[in-house]
Design a protein around this ligand. Structure first.
Ligand SMILES: Cc1cc2nc3c(=O)[nH]c(=O)nc-3n(C[C@H](O)[C@H](O)[C@H](O)COP(=O)(O)O)c2cc1C
Length: 327
């Protein structure tokens, strides 16, 4: 099982949704970065469930950071950030091994890792794992301090009016259903010339970590799929100065796999939450027949809102890794 991402900044996730803890190990962080638990609070809060229609599993999410020197600074050693899982209700998931959830990872995880694999809470495909990614993102942002991030929930169920989001999510949750969403991330102050021309293109590295986030089904840079509908003459980004700044940014800040000095702009598609309370037909392996499944447990009716900061963290980790490769 490979749970490591990155070349120079390596992040390795461990734990599971209903294990004692979830966490992340970071290797390759430059020396001397001061890290204290309070620096993580703002980003961890953005991931915390708070609205109607979001999971009622509340965890304290206080990071334990190991591997720092006596002045709370990074040294030449890996650091380890862990979070306790205290609010688990494992019994809610006991039937999923024989009656797996449609569109969730229950079936593939069981088939790949065997009967002993703990599916409770979604195991390693749980949103819970992303608390550790957010923490790693906080560290990554300290490495690329000149870059600033602006990430928002851009669409819920195809609606881009943010005044509607809360109502859409609450309504769908009341009906026992779920919705998807689109997250938009813009990075300013991006150093030019990050990324390699082919397999480790900046897009590939960023997309690699974004597709590791559970429920991500699409990533587009710049005008992505929409851009295919336009003429080159309308769409081409005119270069307006010697630094390579462009009049428009349809490329999303990357050309030939290399950052071009304009903002990185990307959008991420998050599917509707698979765990819904409406009954759905799915195969029951014990009874060898298709039967309606009613899912218990505590779930988000729209993963996308809580995943906004997770997307930002993932982009920060990828950019910090690309940046460290240039040193
Ligand atoms: C922040 C966050 C919260 C999530 N919350 C839920 C949830 O409440 N219920 C659920 O079934 N899945 C939840 N997921 C997980 C995904 O639904 C699950 O891992 C997925 O179905 C596997 O997705 P994939 O096939 O796109 O990889 C969450 C994911 C994230 C990132």
């Amino acid at each position: 099982m490979n749970n490591t991402f990155g070349h120079r900044l390596k992040v390795t996730t461990f734990g599971a949704s209903h294990a004692g803890e979830v966490g992340i190990m970071l290797e390759g962080i430059p020396k001397g970065i001061r890290l204290t638990a309070d620096m993580f609070a703002a980003d961890l809060d953005r991931r915390r469930p708070s609205l109607r229609g979001e999971t009622t599993r509340h965890e304290a999410d206080i990071p334990t950071i190991e591997g720092l020197d006596t002045d709370s600074r990074t040294a030449d050693t890996p650091i380890r950030i862990t979070f306790r899982n205290d609010n688990t209700r494992t019994a809610d998931y006991s039937h999923l091994a024989s009656h797996p959830r449609p569109s969730h990872a229950d079936l593939v995880q069981r088939r790949k890792y065997g009967q002993e694999y703990n599916l409770a809470g979604g195991g390693m495909a749980s949103g819970r794992m992303t608390v550790a990614l957010v923490a790693a993102g906080v560290v990554a942002k300290q490495i690329i301090k000149d870059m600033s991030f602006s990430t928002r929930l851009a669409e819920v169920s195809g609606d881009s009016n943010s005044d509607h989001f809360e109502t859409i999510i609450a309504d769908v949750a009341r009906r026992g259903d779920s919705v998807g969403g689109v997250i938009e991330c813009r990075v300013s102050g991006v150093l030019p010339l990050l990324g390699e021309p082919f397999f480790d293109s900046a897009e590939s590295v960023i997309a690699h970590i974004l597709f590791s986030i559970p429920a991500v089904k699409g990533v587009e840079f710049g005008d992505g799929f929409e851009g295919t509908k336009r003429l080159g003459s309308e769409r081409n980004d005119r270069i307006i100065d010697s630094e390579g700044h462009t009049l428009t940014n349809n490329e999303g800040g990357i050309n030939g796999g290399i950052t071009n000095g304009n903002d990185i702009h990307l959008r991420v598609a998050i599917k509707p939450t698979p765990s819904i309370t409406l009954a759905q037909d799915t195969y029951n392996f014990e009874h060898k027949s298709i039967e309606p499944l009613t899912i218990g447990g505590r779930h988000d009716a729209c993963i996308a809102r809580r995943a906004t900061v997770v997307v930002e963290a993932a982009v920060a980790i990828a950019l910090a890794d690309l940046y460290l490769r240039t040193l």
